[in-house]
Write a protein that binds this ligand. Sequence first.
Ligand code: PMV
Length: 362
Amino acid sequence: MGMVAEPKVGLPATATARAHPNLALVKYWGRRDPALNLPANGSISLNLSGAVTTTTVAFDRTQVADKVAINGKLADDVAQRRVTAHLDQVRALAHFTYRATVVSDNSFPTSAGVASSSSAFAALTRAAVAAAGLELSLRELSILARKGSGSAARSIPDGFVEWLPGRDDESSYAFSLAPCDHWDLHVVTVAWPLGPKAVSSLAGHDAASTSPFYEARLASLPRTLDRVREAITQRDLGALGMVVEREAMSLHAVAMTSYLADRPWMSGVTYFAPETTRMIHTVQEWREGGLEVYFTLDAGPSIHLLCAACDVAQVMRAVQESVDPGAASILVSRAGRGAWLVNGTGGAGGPAGEQSLDVAVG
Ligand code: PMV
C-alpha cells in the first residue's frame, strides 16, 4: 500500500461508470502469471451492447472498511475481497488509504450467460480511478482492469478489441481493433438459468496446461488470431464464423481433458449442458438449410450466435421455435463501446452519456 497523502480531489469523492461485458471470438484460456492475470495467449472480442454493468465508487475518509453491494445485495466474502484487492491497487496509485462504498448493478440477469466479471471489473476500474482523481490512459486502464479479471481488460476499449498477451505487466493490455460502428455483426445470446457452474473460469485457466491438447491449441492460435483480425477488418462473416466455432471447441477440448488436482473425481471440465449440445446441432442444421449463423461458447452452458444484421429477426424466430421460452433468456447485442463515465467528461472512445441498448428479452 502506498503512503498516505492528500488525494487530488476533495473527499468524499464519487464517480459512476458503465461497461459492457465482452464476448471473446478468440478465447483467453490459461494464465502465464496468476498474480498479474497475464494470459497464455492473445485474444479478440467484441463488447456486448445488450448488457451493461453500472458501478458507483465513493471514497470516504470516515469509513473504516470497504462496503460492496452487487445487484442490490451485500457482496459475499469472496467478491468483497476481490473488490477490496482491486481498490487497493487504485489507492496505491492515488497515494491514499481511504475506504470506499461500491454499488454495482447488472442490467442483465446473472443467468444471462454473459461474463459479468469483464463488465464488473471494467466499470469498477473506470469509476474508482475517476473517484480517486487519477487520470490514466486507456492502456493503463486496461492493464488495471486486467488485474481484477483478465477478460475485463477487453471491456475498456471500444467495439472490436484485441488483448495482447505481452511479456510483462506493462505490455499486456487491450486496444480497439475497430470502432462499434465498423460492422453491424449481431450476437444472440441464449442462456439457461442452470445455477452457478461447478468449476470457475479461474480454476479452468489454472488447470488448462495439464491437458495434452493445450500446447497444440496455443500453437494454432497465431493463425487463428490473424484470420479473425482479417475477417473483422473485411467485415466477412463467412470467413469469421467457422474459425470462431472451431476456436471455441478447441477451448472446450482443452477443458474436457484438463486435470483438476483438487477434484480427483472429475476426468475434466465439461461446461456444456444438454441444452448447449442440442443447440450446437441445431445451429449446424440451420446453416445446412441456408441460414448464415455461427456459435461460440464460453466457460458455461450458454451459447452465443453470430449473424448479420439482416438475419437477426430470422435467427430470433428460429431460436424461439427451438428453445422453451420460459426456460431460457435471450439477449441481442452488437458491438458496444468501451467502459465510460456516466456523468464525467467522456467514455473510453466517445462522448459522455449512455449508449442505447439493443433489445433485451428473457
Ligand atoms: O476473465 P475470466 O477469468 O473470467 O476468463 C474468461 C474466460 C473465457 O470467457 C472462457 C474466455 C474469454 O476470453 O473471455
